[in-house]
Ligand binder design. Structure first.
Ligand code: ATR
Length: 286
């Protein structure tokens, strides 16, 4: 039987290049179904050269879309082309969520919200420290630095292979953020209450340097934004040393919630069934 929910109600997209591996349709589809809402959420691949034209059509109302998610490599362009980027996306220079309000295309970035919500859920009290260490200074690191700073960490040490990139982020995010080369990792970990890996090290079974976490504060939380595999080499090591660890899958799930609420009008919840569904999908389609 035809399901009318698939063809009626608001339609949101996820765009990227490529976009076929995105698990966002699975997440939003689950929420539409469990909340019994009319609406749809689809993959919409757009090549970089065509992205500006796509946003123009979106603003003109000649697409079926009420808004959507934006992923690599369009996040910076999405921020630049929106009518009303919010202060969060403005500081990052990148947006992952677009929606309309009073005819204007608004943009925000929910990666930091997703990062913090994941830790709030799985490691309550994670933010009760002054000092954090963030490994990596790429695109994904920015939202993490912003979130950690906004949750009150007063000393944020960004450690990166290319120190210059860490320096740029320290300049961007203010006086609490300090840049270091990889060689300083052990030293800056002393007494830190949070360690975050934002690099691709250990992703998809790749190599990761062995890090000892024993200089962290005893009640520190160690987290990785990589979620394939769920237990990355960094998390495995930290767990063996007795630290509280949080995998990165919850960040993906939680970053999706604010967009869903804007497009479809209801705040969804991240539950165990959703998490398991995404884990099953990762195993079926690695
Ligand atoms: P993303 O947007 O996903 O963060 P990115 O911008 O390519 O991706 O950044 C990847 C991060 O992983 C960077 O911090 C990168 O370090 P450099 O800035 O020195 O390139 C880090 N990274 C990737 N491979 C690495 C490796 N083999 N050793 C150390 N750091 C690595």
């Amino acid at each position: 039987m035809h399901d009318s929910r698939e063809t009626t109600g608001p339609c949101a997209f996820v765009t990227g290049f490529p976009v076929k591996h995105s698990r966002s349709p699975l997440i939003h589809g689950y929420w539409l179904k469990t909340l019994d809402l009319a609406g749809s959420y689809v993959r919409h691949q757009v090549a970089p050269a065509a992205f500006a034209a796509f946003v123009s059509e979106l603003k003109e109302g000649t697409t079926p879309f009420c808004g959507g998610n934006v992923t690599i490599p369009h996040k910076e362009a999405a921020y630049g082309l929106a009518d009303r980027p919010d202060p969060v996306s403005e500081e990052l220079g990148a947006a992952n969520t677009l929606w309309f309000d009073e005819g204007r295309l608004h943009a925000t970035n929910t990666d930091g919200i997703g990062f913090a919500a994941n830790l709030d859920e799985r490691a309550p009290g994670w933010d009760g420290h002054d000092r954090a260490v963030i490994l990596g200074a790429g695109g994904a690191s920015r939202a993490v630095i912003q979130a950690v700073r906004d949750r009150g960490f007063r000393e944020i040490h960004v450690v990166n292979r290319t120190k210059e990139r860490a320096r740029e982020l320290a300049d961007r995010f203010g006086r609490s953020v300090h840049a270091h080369p990889l060689g300083a990792l052990s030293e800056v970990m002393g007494g830190a209450g949070l360690f975050v890996n934002t690099t691709s090290l250990g992703m998809d079974g790749g190599e990761a340097p062995s890090i000892t976490f024993d200089r962290l504060a005893p009640e520190a939380t160690v987290t990785d934004i990589v979620y394939v595999p769920l237990k990355t080499p960094f998390l495995d090591q930290a767990e063996k040393e007795g630290f509280r660890t949080v995998d990165g899958l919850g960040m993906l799930l939680h970053q999706a919630a604010p967009g869903f609420e804007r497009w479809f009008g209801r705040r969804p919840t991240v539950d165990e069934t959703l998490r398991q569904m995404v884990i099953d999908d990762m195993e079926a389609h690695p």
